[in-house]
Design a protein around this ligand. Structure first.
Ligand SMILES: Nc1ncnc2c1ncn2[C@@H]1O[C@H](COP(=O)(O)OP(=O)(O)OP(=O)(O)O)[C@@H](O)[C@H]1O
Length: 347
């Protein structure tokens, strides 16, 4: 009697996302896994970053973003999977990426009395071929503050200094972690512009953030990570388009026009749903819904105030996880702070 042997199934190779031009990646993460005791911080993360990209790792607090970049920087030992920076393996040989990689991790603190210029000179002395300190201070708009002590810098200036310090070794790849947390809207915008300037100098940037708007504004491509797993990969526009190709309009009409307008909207082929929200009417429909609605209402001599509602990465997160996006994650952050695992402690 013969026994049927099941054909062993070959697990599919983890997808790292397609690079725009098929070029060799600056950063590659494949099937990364890392647990702290019973807490699995990173369950299965894979992605590839092209040279010269601003690539985002986006996710709520506790999603596993920092652990991922700490493995990439060689600061933590992964349990499984592989990471490469410009083909080198920081897990096996952290020294091999030292001159290639600049890292700005959360809450970098310097000696309070050290001035901006002193900190820059100190960090520059760690590298064989450091960047020109004066030029970097200019790039990050820190020249007027070069003699100011760290304790006297504003939040935005401290963040700009931490970026400058990450770049002082002339790296080809820079990791920037939560760089606008705690900054006011103006300082955030300035920081974003400076990050783009850094990219324009040819540096590949891996940007870790829990801010949806930051990822949408800055990143060429990104991964969304949730509970240690990649739940979406692509450019912000691609991700938003995948979620929903419908369009949403909000209309305001005169109160006496409302009943007639609702009737007209209900009869239009391009309209999929109509809801009332206070004084506004929300209309969901096809790509052609805007001209269809405006034309149909014009025929009734109704000229509504119309605005289109844009989809965002937040909608993508809700779509792929079925949960709303937690902007605070305070409980997770507190849990991490209580941890006694201090391996390669950088937090
Ligand atoms: N040193 C540590 N010891 C034990 N658990 C940890 C440690 N660092 C992180 N964790 C836990 O691992 C999970 C992922 O944390 P991680 O910091 O990587 O996520 P994150 O997405 O970067 O979040 P945050 O923005 O809050 O840093 C969380 O549940 C966190 O509590």
């Amino acid at each position: 009697m013969t026994t049927a042997h099941p054909v062993p199934s070959v697990p599919p190779a983890p997808s790292t996302g397609t690079l725009p031009d098929g070029a060799a990646p600056a950063i590659e993460v494949v099937a990364l896994r890392k647990a702290y005791g019973s807490t699995v911080a990173v369950r299965d993360v894979s992605f590839a970053v092209g040279q010269g990209e601003i690539f985002g790792i986006l996710g709520p607090n506790g999603a596993g973003k920092t652990t991922t970049v700490e493995c990439l920087a060689g600061l933590r030992q992964a349990d499984a999977g592989s990471v490469r920076i410009l083909g080198r393996d920081p897990q096996k040989d952290p020294a091999s990426v030292r001159e290639l990689l600049g890292v700005q991790l959360q809450e970098a603190e310097l000696n309070e009395r050290m001035t901006v210029a002193e900190a820059m000179r100190l960090y520059a002395s760690f590298y064989e071929d450091p960047a020109d300190v004066g030029e970097l201070l200019d790039l990050l708009e820190l020249t007027p503050h070069r003699d100011r002590q760290f304790a006297k810098l504003s939040g935005g200036q401290k963040q700009r200094l931490s970026i400058a310090l990450a770049l002082v070794g002339n790296p080809q790849v820079a990791i920037l972690d939560e760089l606008t947390t705690g900054l006011d809207p103006q300082a955030r915008r300035t920081t974003w512009e400076l990050v783009e300037r850094v990219r324009d100098r040819g540096v590949t940037i891996l940007l870790v953030t829990h801010f949806m708007d930051e990822a949408e504004r800055l990143c060429d491509r990104l991964v969304i990570i949730d509970q240690g797993v990649v739940v979406a990969t692509g450019s912000p526009a691609e991700l938003i388009e995948q979620v929903d190709t419908s369009r949403v309009l909000r209309l305001r009409v005169e109160p006496h026009e409302e009943v007639g307008v609702l009737e007209v909207l209900a009869g239009l082929a391009d309209v999929q749903a109509v809801t009332r929200d206070g004084h506004e009417i929300e209309v969901t429909g096809t790509r052609r819904v805007l001209p269809a609605v405006v034309l149909a209402l014009a025929e009734q001599d109704v000229v509504p105030d119309v605005r289109t509602v844009s989809r965002s990465l937040e909608d993508v997160f809700v779509h792929v996880t079925g949960r709303t996006y937690d902007h605070t994650g305070a409980a997770d952050a507190a849990a991490a702070d209580d941890s006694n695992d201090t391996e390669g402690a950088v937090r």
